[in-house]
Design a protein around this ligand. Structure first.
Ligand code: FE
Length: 148
């Protein structure tokens, strides 16, 4: 993966780069999803049936997006969450492409495309954030100190 000097897991300020710069700092597959609003094929991504305790970050900019406890088993073939880590972790916009009206989910920091949100998720929110694995980085929580 190319070196991305803009990637940060602590800086939450908005990140706006021109597309030529994004193309330089992102891998081809991350660029395709995040900047060109591509979609990975169902059941091919690294996280659709991934389990593990930790956090999911934006692969384009490092923004913290989801906690593993909001991830649920979904039959759709993409990693699915019922809520974002913080309300401003993501933003939403109407997507009328492909003859459908959907709500697109974008990274709250870099505005990269992440996926879509649907109303068929589980409690407590009833939402399903249907995300592309390629634009997520999972980081497991550090090992808890052992009790003697
Ligand atoms: Fe991002």
């Amino acid at each position: 993966m190319p070196e991305n000097p803009y990637y940060s897991r602590t800086d939450t300020s908005a990140l706006r780069l021109d597309e030529a710069t994004w193309r330089e700092v992102l891998s081809e597959e991350v660029f395709y999803i995040a900047r060109q609003k591509g979609t990975e094929r169902a059941f091919t991504g690294k996280y659709w049936d991934h389990e593990g305790i930790g956090s999911y970050y934006c692969a384009a900019c490092g923004n913290a997006l989801f906690r593993s406890d909001s991830k649920f088993a979904s039959s759709c073939g993409w990693p699915s969450f019922y809520e974002a880590l913080r309300p401003n972790s993501v933003r939403y916009q109407e997507d009328r492409s492909h003859g459908m009206i959907r709500t697109e989910v974008l990274c709250g920091r870099c505005d990269g495309h992440l996926g879509h949100i649907f109303d068929d998720g589980p409690p407590p929110t009833g939402k399903r954030f249907c995300m592309n694995s390629i634009v997520l980085d999972f980081e497991p929580d550090g090992d808890a100190p052992m009790d003697e």
